[in-house]
Write a protein that binds this ligand. Sequence first.
Ligand code: COA
Ligand code: AMP
Length: 629
Amino acid sequence: MSWRQTWTRASEDPEGYWLEQAKRVPWTRAPSKALTHVDGVERWFADGHLNTAEACLDHHVDHGRGDQDALIWDSPVSGQSRRYTYRELRDEVARVAGGLRALGVEQGDRVIIYMPMVPEAAIAMLACARIGAVHSVVFGGFAPNELAVRIDDARPKVLLTATCGIEIQRVIPYLPLVEAAIAQSDHPPVHTVVLPREQAPLQTSMEVLTWAQAFADADPVDPVPVPATHPLYVLYTSGTTGRPKGVVRDHGGHAVALMTSLEQVYGVQPGDVYWAGSDVGWVVGHSYIVYGPLMYGCTTIMYEGKPVRTPDAGALWRVIDQYQVNVFFTAPTAFRAVRKEDPDAALMRRYDQSSLRALFLAGERLDPSTLEWLEGLVDVPVVDHWWQTETGWPIVGRPLGLDDLPGKAGSAGVPIPGWDVRVLRPDASEADPGEQGAVVIKRPLPPGMLQTLWEDESRFRASYLDPWPGFYHTSDGGYLDEDGYVHILGRTDDVINVAGHRLSTGEMEEVVAANAAVAECAVIGIHDDLKGQIPFGLVVLKDGADISAEALEQELVQAVRAQIGPIACFRQAVVVQRLPKTRSGKILRRTLREQVDTGKAKVPATIDDPAILDEIKAVLQGRGIGALG
Ligand code: COA
Ligand code: AMP
């Protein structure tokens, strides 16, 4: 069936369509019904039972894939690599699952995984899934405070970590970070298990178990079938405040959605080699490094390092050649970095790319120049696609497994079957083609979508369901064109995408505002040639504050690094005399952002003094930052 036929079928008969797709999954008890509702919120395959780790591993071992590579770890930063067949990975996961259970982890208990890109991180995720425990992976670039917030929200029984991560050539010891986070948290884990790595010794005053002590002699356990709606994981993502949102994913809907997407969106077949160049700390890592490719019987590549820097900008092409990668997925920023280092692709030409069938990009806007460069470089489709942590799988793209639709520069593609994308005006009427508005998804929402926010149903409803009754609020702005292609123009809230990483400017403002010299502040995203966006602070000093602008900037940069982490890339803050406000005193952050980013926004009639924007413009121009207004 073509994309259009499939999309129409999914939207006219979601019940029938998704029950059909559900046949892809090895249920222990097949669902009799696809869609039900609990308190008005979609639940999928509610009477079905399965175990996600079993679907990813045991099922394939039992059906002839036992000797196929399941996971290949390639780590130029440590000089190591390792391969696991499906059988080896199943056995390892079963043992770690047994060890977790021996530590007291039961179905529904939480386990925090704060680990670098090592196979043990994926093994830990699958081991939790195997016993019905709920994992929460925290990205290694986050500071102790961020880890502590997540520990307190998830209240884990066990925290799994390693002695270090490796950032290019820099060893980042994790234990001081974990120690600081645990000291700061109100609900410390009962056990902390550490994977020793040769780059950093296991030195800590915490009481810990080593990976071997906890797992080497553990008795392997069988997978525990759980209801389809049982939570598989909580993944925290940035919202508009300092409190991250704990996105809850289920077992059943997630499995069906991922299996469907592997075939329809990415056009892969079981046995193919799939590489998502991301990190297990992000949703891309959950869906397309660990669960999706394994469930579909592919070989997944887990890469530790920056695909563009270790050792050089040819690394990415080397991996594709060495492991015969069929589909590669990363953020546009990675290719911008490659292009910067290797504009004529001389390094690329050292490697064979003939295994590659498609390149996928997501996580931020794909700029036309990078798209054009890539299309001139590789002889395969270069596919932009749009989705979010909350959705778990692509909303919009060019579904290669269904059709050969043409790409369109500036558009992320067409809605994937299951997603009914609309654009609304402020009065909730539908925008005309080409007219910008709020991008929303008409309900019912498909399987795989977040179920709720961890122990915060009211925030879930307020964030996603209440703003536009009958629709899911994506927080992205954009438009649909005459051909039904979706154009995403960017976030309409206080979230920015820095090098494909989602960050909250509201959270950075909270850190900046805590400085004793700061009266008020605004953090906005400004354009960056490499990272797409980077945060930029505008600060008004308190009367009588006795600090130079340079010293304050240093303090603020250090504070954001210490509180949120280096990943925030907060490197600039300038002092301004005033910030633009409405007559009622509200800071016009959106006006600032739009003026800086695009220079297009109109100065609203409500602004108290339009001359303020000129003052800010002068300050920014002094830093070489683009035009305002
Ligand atoms: N642990 C600890 N620190 C980390 C980290 C981790 N896992 N990941 C990043 N950091 C640190 C970096 O070392 C850097 O620190 P510094 O300020 O001391 O130099 C800082 O966080 C910013 O990192 P990043 O934004 O990644 O910048 P970079 O210059 O190191 O690398 C790219 C830039 C473009 C090469 C890199 O971001 C990249 O390859 N991105 C594309 C792939 C991707 O991650 N996509 C995500 C979703 S698909
Ligand atoms: P995350 O939850 O980290 O995946 O970030 C989701 C956000 O990234 C979206 O809301 C968009 O703002 C942005 N995004 C993701 N993919 C794209 C894309 N293909 N084009 C434009 N923006 C994107």
